[in-house]
Ligand binder design. Structure first.
Ligand SMILES: Nc1ncnc2c1ncn2[C@@H]1O[C@H](COP(=O)(O)OP(=O)(O)OP(=O)(O)O)[C@@H](O)[C@H]1O
Ligand SMILES: [Mg+2]
Length: 309
């Protein structure tokens, strides 16, 4: 578990990170969203124990990043935004170097390298020169490097920048897989839609402050006032539409077919369940009653525009 508590960092008069707090559980993928200069890299560098906070701290699995930075570092995989693979080494040598630095026992190194290569889908490139890899492959190799010591927290600073759509999609799939393995992942981006579909939590940072953060669905709920419910009945959609009109939480109803209608609804899950209840007890044979999936992109744009205004 990661608990970030009131992290703050100023550079002279500029407060780059201002009282940032959030919590992650194993398997959480946290999308850290903010425009250029918002404070993402500064926050990530503090979590990586490379930059001392002015105040606040973070606790990773019971260890304080300020009290015990060395043991925290062993549990962290950090992929900086400006990583470079300059050395003329083979892919496996590159990973072997980092495995050695992280004190992976010699007898285990071989299998650790094989495992991470397979995970990032670079097994075929094991003996290739690192400098010969495409940008997408280098990014995956860089991620592999962060995994050799099996960290519980991954800090990925704009990992998808400069990648083509296909390489991005592959990287997303890989990050999702790491989440399923139970790792906590912080992945930053200034492009909202890039993160929305595979992060379960997000934080939006603007000028050093966390504007909003939490579970993706909670944020969507808190912002999206009106929801669209799709209702399908075996017969009598038009009567059902009239019946629902004016019920608690119902802003409007629209007939969309002979057996289907939509309801513009303002209210919580309990109220939705109540609405379904009265419909059924009135004798309508309901075969579908579902909330339209929110458009995350729209919602996030709404949040950030609010912050700018
Ligand atoms: N070492 C430093 N000295 C002075 N100012 C700094 C330093 N590092 C960062 N800053 C400033 O702190 C603010 C936050 O920078 P940071 O790099 O954390 O933003 P970011 O969200 O990562 O932006 P980007 O999307 O451009 O990577 C910026 O105004 C930046 O100029
Ligand atoms: Mg940055």
């Amino acid at each position: 578990m990661l608990e970030v508590k009131g992290l703050r960092k100023a550079f002279g008069p500029l407060v780059a990170v201002d009282n940032i707090s959030f919590t992650l559980e194993p398997g959480d993928i946290f999308g850290f969203i903010g425009s250029n200069g918002a404070g993402k890299t500064t926050t990530i560098r503090m979590l990586a124990t490379l930059l001392e906070p002015d105040s606040g701290t973070a606790i990773l699995n019971g260890r304080d990043i300020r009290v015990d930075p060395m043991s925290v570092r062993r549990q962290i995989g950090f992929m900086p935004d400006d990583f470079g693979i300059y050395d003329d080494v083979k892919v496996w040598e590159y990973l072997d170097f980092f495995a050695t630095v992280y004190r992976v026992p010699k007898v285990e190194r071989q299998s650790v390298i094989d495992n991470v290569l397979e995970l990032v889908d670079l097994t075929a490139k094991r003996d290739a020169m690192a400098t010969s890899l495409s940008r997408g492959m280098r990014q995956r190799l860089s991620l592999a490097r962060c995994l050799v010591h099996d960290p519980s927290l991954l800090l990925l600073d704009e990992p998808a920048s400069g990648l083509d759509p296909r390489a991005r999609a592959e990287l997303k799939e890989l990050i999702a897989e790491l989440g399923r393995m139970g790792k906590m992942i912080i992945v930053s981006s200034h492009i909202l839609p890039e993160l929305a579909d595979f992060c379960n939590t997000v934080g939006i940072i603007e000028r050093g402050k966390m504007v909003t953060h939490g579970r993706v669905e909670d944020i969507v709920r808190s912002i999206q006032q009106t929801r669209i419910l799709h209702v399908k009945v075996i017969e009598g959609a038009s009567e059902a539409s009239m019946f629902l009109h004016g019920k608690e939480g119902v802003a409007a109803t629209n007939l969309t077919g002979s057996t289907t209608l939509t309801v513009e609804f303002v209210g919580d899950g309990d109220m939705q369940a109540d609405l379904l209840g009265v419909l059924v007890s009135e004798g309508y044979r309901v075969i579908e009653f579902r909330e339209e999936a929110a458009n995350l992109e729209d919602v996030f744009l709404q949040v950030t525009t609010g912050a700018v205004n």
